[in-house]
Design a protein around this ligand. Sequence first.
Ligand code: SAM
Length: 272
Amino acid sequence: MEWFEESYGNFALKIRIKEVLVDLRTDYQRIQVFQTCDFGKMLVLDGKIQLTEKDEAFYHEMLVHVPMFEHRNPEKVLIIGGGDGGSLREVLKHGVEDAVLVEIDEEVVNISKKILKIDEGAFQDDRVSIHIEDGIEFVRESKERFDVLIVDGTDPNQYSRSLMSREFYERCKKICDVFVTQSQSPFAQKEYFMQILKNAREVMEARVYTGFVPTYPSGFWSYVISSQIFSSLDVIRERFEKRGVKTRYYNPEIHVASFSLPEWLKKEIVSY
Ligand code: SAM
């Protein structure tokens, strides 16, 4: 049995794999799917782990439910990236009317439908429309408004880099009420995290919250959110119960606590 290794700088994560299920190149990236020994199936793009079945909910639930519960009544939602369908699955739990997913690489969606299947039928839902195009073009051209806009993009590369630009955030801000983007690991990928936060803060009031995703660099993950108001624990609890959302990681207490940052991170954000 072999190991898959992802290194970031001078440290690395190794996961033992049983079988290679997919290994192909598209116009955008190399796509690999592995059957691992302990983590279920694992999606890897350009050598970077995107998800494993064992902990993908830790990431998708925090990315989606924090902004969705901050909104009083999210009906129309836009997801940029997220071709694996995990964020889409979580968005549909809120009883939305309309969910739009914009993914640049059609093969990610195809492989997710056929092999990963973490969408649990979300791709087939009548309320969902899928656009295969660059997210930056979509938001540039969009005449629609969204209650919540979720950016579920890859680590910065030739195509996803635009999803952390000031221009992209400026446009996103104009077309939604609540905005969120995943913002990498402040511990293992400080430069990317700081760049995302800085660019977002140039065009919107943005706050940081964090979570634990064991198979992402260092396990310590971050999200940048912008919302006109942030709700109390009581309000979040009430919405959580009313919507009847079932989760594996997220709960209202974690929601509120995730905005409390460790001292070293607070200092870095202030001194940047
Ligand atoms: N959050 C996960 C992570 O960091 O590991 C990302 C998972 S999801 C698979 C990311 C998706 O974003 C990929 O399928 C990729 O093709 C897509 N993507 C990258 N750049 C994009 C762009 N400019 N527009 C739309 N989708 C993009």
